[in-house]
Design a protein around this ligand. Structure first.
Ligand SMILES: [Ca+2]
Ligand SMILES: [Ca+2]
Length: 529
């Protein structure tokens, strides 16, 4: 009896302890890492020139070269020496109207994701010097769509040709272009070598272009995923339109609202793939729609609005838990994180997060029979159960307007973040984490189960903040920014965009960058208490 009582007591204590642990406040410490050159305007009035620099991630060069490659959506691709913090312009994509860069039709003016919006190293970069970029072009700008190497003489252009655009149904405005670059001498800070256009995709509007891409970091030579590229294509604004383009994210005959899976190198996986229509890349035979008449064979998953950040969550203890994860920006109601499954339909624009999206773009509860039609060009007689997110948050105070990048932390510096998926809201600058095990548990086919998310505070220069917003605000003002708070449109934050996103280095350590203030900050500490 006495023992039982003591055990009951112990249980209560244990439960209390776990409740306290669950509520422990996570705080990350961030430190200014590098100040990016201003490529916007301190008194900007437009959509994108209000941002001091449109830094769009950090990619660490494979092979221990101690260098970051840092793309700015406005055009420059910098090399950043990790020791000296010196920035060198390696390539510049902005060749518009007297700008010195490569592409006369680069489109950066409007649309938050427009410009140089994709950069990724080939997994075999150390041996082959290859990397991939995506940028947006405006076909209406006069002139050639071939690269202009006048200021990048190391780029050999003999034999360079563009490819026919692959267009979605309906009117189109802009194009996303995927290019493979081969630097014959990766040891220096200049480009010398060749480039090859791989894919050109037209989009209905300037919204939600093609952009982010990633290779499976655990794939090795001989594996089916080795050097196989996952490439996201936003819905081009189609899904929220009230015209005939609205079903495009659901239609399997186009690339909008999809995650694509292709083999850029024509010499790779030749016996287990087929040649693409444009002859510039291959398509793996195990893609889900290769045998579906009228469907694009490149599609891996579909029904997404703006799946603008891809990441691989790697569980060192259990490779079966390794997953491609996508953060997708919602319309007026929900922001979502999805675990990417082969052939999955994430529902947009018939669903937003785990609700119905109605034709008037408001949401409603799911129907009792939760199936949606399969569409190739027209609706087929098949139906499918939509796949639902594992994380969502709302467009409400304390939430945000647009989800940023997220990562399952696998570095060494911040043990408090082990096993946690950390992510931002772009406009409000909120930071949250979810336990990865909760995300896996929520990936159960049940729309109502979601991983709980936990607010993360931010310590910077000796003070603790609830969001990245006041941090970006102080730096923006200090750098001469003329907006009274922060510039940019945002509904929930109300007074501008913190524009905060995470990225990781080669060791999986976190950095947070903000376009508004043009700063990259390193995450140097994390405590939960
Ligand atoms: Ca070089
Ligand atoms: Ca679920």
């Amino acid at each position: 009896m006495h023992n039982l009582k003591r055990m009951a007591c112990l249980l209560v204590v244990l439960q209390l302890a776990s409740a306290v642990a669950a509520r422990a406040q996570m705080t990350i410490e961030v430190k200014d890492y590098v100040t990016m050159p201003v490529t916007g305007l301190v008194d900007g009035k437009g959509n994108n020139d209000v941002l001091l620099s449109r830094v769009n991630g950090i990619r660490e060069e494979p092979g221990g070269a101690n260098r970051f490659f840092v793309p700015d959506l406005n055009g420059p691709l910098y090399i950043l020496d990790k020791d000296t913090k010196k920035l060198t312009t390696y390539l510049d994509f902005n060749g518009r109207e007297g700008h010195p860069g490569l592409f006369h039709k680069l489109f950066v003016e409007t649309g938050y994701g427009s410009g140089l919006n994709g950069f990724y190293f080939d997994p075999d970069y150390r041996r082959n010097g290859k990397f991939y970029t995506v940028h947006t072009e405006d076909p209406k700008v006069p002139g050639s769509n071939l690269p202009d190497n006048a200021n990048f003489r190391g780029l050999t252009l003999s034999g360079y040709t563009t490819t026919p655009s692959i267009a979605p149904p309906g009117p189109t405005q802009y194009e996303g272009v995927l290019i493979e670059w081969t630097d014959t001498n990766p040891a220096n800070s200049t480009f010398e070598g060749t480039a090859r256009e791989v894919l050109r995709v037209q989009m209905n509007t300037r919204l939600h272009p093609m952009g982010d891409m990633i290779f499976n970091p655990t794939a090795r030579a001989g594996d089916p995923d080795w050097r196989v590229l996952y490439l996201e294509c936003g819905d081009g604004g189609s899904g929220e339109a009230t015209t005939s383009i609205r079903p495009n994210p659901q239609r399997l005959d186009n690339f909008e609202g999809k995650i694509l899976r292709i083999i850029p190198d024509l010499n790779e996986h030749t016996s287990t793939s087929t040649m693409s229509e444009n002859g510039r890349y291959r398509i793996p035979n195990d893609n889900p729609f290769v045998a579906k008449a009228g469907a694009r064979k490149e599609i891996w998953a579909y029904g997404l609005r703006n799946p603008h950040r891809l990441n691989w969550a790697i569980d060192p203890g259990n490779p079966r838990n390794n997953n491609l994860v996508v953060n997708s920006v919602g319309l007026h109601t929900w922001e979502s994180v999805y675990i990417v499954r082969k052939g999955a339909n994430y529902g947009y624009p018939l669903r937003e997060a785990n609700e119905v999206l109605k034709n008037d773009n408001t949401t409603a509860a799911l129907p009792a029979v939760d199936r949606i039609p399969v569409q190739v060009s027209d609706v087929t007689d098949e139906t499918v159960v939509p796949i639902y997110p594992v994380i969502k948050y709302g467009h409400v105070p304390g939430g945000g307007d647009a989800i940023g990048a997220g990562y399952l932390y696998n570095g060494k510096l911040l043990p408090a973040l082990k096993g946690k998926y950390i992510f931002t809201d772009i406009t409000t600058g909120h930071v949250w984490y979810a336990d990865y095990k909760d995300m896996l548990a929520a990936d159960d086919g049940k729309p109502e189960t979601l991983a709980p998310i936990h607010e993360v505070k931010i310590s910077w220069n000796g003070k603790v903040y609830d969001t990245m917003f006041p941090i970006a605000e102080q730096a923006y003002q200090a750098r001469g920014g003329k907006d009274p708070d922060l510039p940019g449109r945002a509904t929930v934050s109300g007074t501008g965009r913190a524009d905060a996103r995470f990225t990781i280095d080669g060791n999986g350590e976190l950095y947070i960058y903000s376009k508004t203030d043009g700063m990259i900050r390193a995450v140097v500490g994390a405590t939960a208490k």
